[in-house]
Ligand binder design. Structure first.
Ligand code: NAG
Ligand code: NAG
Length: 194
């Protein structure tokens, strides 16, 4: 009699525990689409692609329509503005003119992280809003010394069409207004993804 009780309480315990044992696994792919994607990736039915994206980044720091706003002031009075952090929601367009077709936004921040020269830490999401990339995001994290001709920054990940993304972004200043601090930067992004 005692044994039966022990066994049935053990069974009850198992039944109660089982769902929680499986929960972490289910949580990883909690949508049907996610699970399907993972399955196809596992079966190698997904081909890795390399995409090249070309666009212009509008860093507007002046005026009432600024899209990049300084949130911390430089410290230590260094010419490199060490310690300054700027939050941005900068427009991305197809051509250098700000009125040309919008393709997305660069949302994130850049921080002056070097003491000896101007060297920015960039941490941003490239949020695409046009064509097949609409809704997909690339995440860029890297070093940007803006006075160099070409700056290269790693693409560390992505979502949507850019799942499993890795690659690099090359930035080249197209136009810079010393007085206002506004800039237009040309971006070439090369990215591998599924
Ligand atoms: C800000 O944007 C509005 C709407 O696009 C525009 O009419 C205005 O001229 C802009 N102001 C400045 C200072 O650029
Ligand atoms: C991008 O996707 C959003 C949300 O699905 C949609 O509202 C918007 O119209 C799309 N934009 C373009 C240009 O297709």
């Amino acid at each position: 009699m005692a044994t039966t009780a022990t066994i049935s309480s053990l069974l009850l315990l198992l039944l109660l525990l089982l769902p929680s044992l499986f929960l972490p696994i289910c949580g990883l792919s909690d949508t049907k689409a996610g699970a399907q994607f993972a399955r196809r990736a596992h079966m190698k039915k997904l081909r890795q692609k390399v995409s090249h994206l070309h666009f212009y980044f509008h860093d507007v720091v002046s005026g009432r329509n600024a899209t990049a706003v300084r949130v911390t002031e430089p410290v230590m009075n260094l010419p490199s503005a060490f310690g300054m952090i700027t939050m941005m929601d900068d427009l991305l367009t197809e051509a250098p003119e700000p009125t040309s077709k919008a393709v997305g936004r660069a949302q994130g921040m850049y921080a002056s992280a070097a003491q000896q020269e101007l060297g920015l830490l960039m941490a941003m999401n490239l949020v695409f809003t046009e064509g097949k990339y609409n809704g997909s995001v690339l995440t860029v994290l890297g070093r940007n010394p803006p006075f160099q001709q070409v700056r290269e920054m790693p693409v560390v990940g992505g979502s949507g069409l850019f799942r499993f993304a890795r690659g690099f972004a090359q930035a080249h200043t197209h136009w810079f207004d010393l007085k206002s601090g506004d800039a237009v930067v040309e971006y070439n992004v090369y990215v591998m993804h599924y």
